[in-house]
Design a protein around this ligand. Structure first.
Ligand SMILES: *[C@@H]1O[C@H](CO)[C@@H](O)[C@H](O)[C@H]1NC(C)=O
Ligand SMILES: *[C@@H]1O[C@H](CO)[C@@H](O)[C@H](O)[C@H]1NC(C)=O
Ligand SMILES: *[C@@H]1O[C@H](CO)[C@@H](O)[C@H](O)[C@H]1NC(C)=O
Ligand SMILES: *[C@@H]1O[C@H](CO)[C@@H](O)[C@H](O)[C@H]1NC(C)=O
Length: 330
């Protein structure tokens, strides 16, 4: 229990640090997302198939670390107060110990909201549950038996936003040991070559899964991204809501969401941009080898020191042939 609290505190602290530095556009952090706090009895023997949550039938009675969250809320930890997106539901996750709903708003810090529960036919289950927005774009809710979809409102009797499905994160063991969360794509520079080079680089480092986020991208660049989805090595989260914002302002949401998305799905997740490559320097072996050798369970985050390399030209627009790709490396 205590161990996890420390892990989580590190996670939040790491996240803030990451934010400040990432705004300057480099540093990369890695977060441990193991969830070891639950007792055997709390666990469900569910099989993770197609995110089908109809087998879930668990009700919980308290939110983990609620008092700690209230304390941090009072201290305004993670408060950004940026995008005024009302309540826009992005994704929802069901863990063994709670549900987390990710929204794209960044101006509702600490506000009271209500979680609504629905079955597989989107029929309401029970009364709404009162919670708060914390951290900036996340709402934790109790689990409730039979729930397949969830939604939120500002007042208990408001009409809920159209419900979204719960993604299953109740697995006993993460499917992946080392995954990569990539900052949302935006802007017009061609990215297809960078994507291939990025994915293959991290695969050599032992990563087995990639969470991509997409604010803007050309259809041409999309071809290679979709191909990694086809082979089961990646998923693509579309960053979009009914409110407008500059492309780079999706970044913090990606960090919040990917922590939730990878929790219980991957033991470790790297938080990097598409032009960042992590590598070990004074250690013989891959990043995966290094991670597997971390025995101290109180370590929740590892930060890599950055080195800048000047980029003097844009990426090529189109694939020509294999020779051309090699030649362009100069
Ligand atoms: C989801 O799980 C339920 C219960 O096991 C099953 O009846 C149903 O066919 C599944 N649906 C899908 C889409 O896999
Ligand atoms: C779900 O759990 C409740 C008790 O929490 C039980 O009454 C009900 O029969 C269960 N439903 C299924 C489908 O297992
Ligand atoms: C956002 O919320 C405000 C205040 O409740 C409301 O006036 C406005 O219409 C909402 N905007 C959208 C697009 O839902
Ligand atoms: C590859 O493309 C370059 C540039 O268009 C061209 O000069 C070269 O002949 C091509 N090579 C092959 C093997 O097709």
């Amino acid at each position: 229990m205590k161990e996890l609290v420390i892990g989580f505190a590190l996670l939040v602290a790491g996240c803030l640090l990451l934010f400040q530095l990432v705004d300057d556009s480099v540093l990369s952090g890695i977060f441990s997302l193991s969830s070891t706090q639950v007792t055997k009895a709390d666990r469900l023997s569910v099989i993770y198939i197609n995110n089908n949550c109809t087998k879930h039938n668990v009700t919980t009675n308290e939110l983990p670390y609620h008092d700690l969250h209230m304390k941090w809320m009072a201290e305004e930890v993670t408060k950004e107060n940026y995008a005024k997106a009302n309540i826009s539901l992005e994704a929802a996750y069901e863990y063994v110990d709670q549900i987390a709903i990710q929204i794209t708003s960044q101006n509702l810090f600490g506000e009271k909201v209500y979680c609504h529960y629905f079955d597989s036919n989107k029929k309401k289950i029970g009364e709404p549950f009162e919670s708060n927005v914390f951290p900036e774009s996340v709402i934790y809710c109790l689990r409730r038996a039979g729930t397949n979809y969830v939604s939120l409102t500002k007042k208990p009797n408001d009409t809920p936003e159209y419900p979204i499905p719960l993604l299953d994160r109740t697995m006993e063991k993460p499917e992946h040991y080392f995954s990569v969360c990539i900052a949302p794509f935006f802007g017009t520079e061609p990215k297809w070559l960078m994507i291939a080079e990025f994915v293959e680089w991290y695969k050599l480092q032992g990563a087995t899964y990639f969470y991509f986020y997409l604010a803007e991208m050309s259809l041409y660049d999309r071809i290679i991204l979709d191909d990694y989805v086809r082979t089961g090595e990646a998923e693509v989260v579309i960053m979009h809501d009914r409110f407008d914002r500059p492309g780079d302002r999706w970044h913090m949401l990606e960090i919040h969401d990917c922590i939730l998305r990878s929790r219980a799905h991957s033991k470790w997740a790297a938080f990097v941009d598409i032009d960042e490559r992590l590598t070990m320097t004074q250690y013989k072996g891959t990043i995966l080898d290094y991670l597997k050798n971390i025995g101290d369970k109180s370590i929740g985050s590892i930060q890599y020191r950055q080195r800048w390399i000047m980029k003097t030209e844009d990426q090529p627009e189109k694939y020509i042939n294999a020779t051309e790709v090699r030649v362009r490396k100069s």
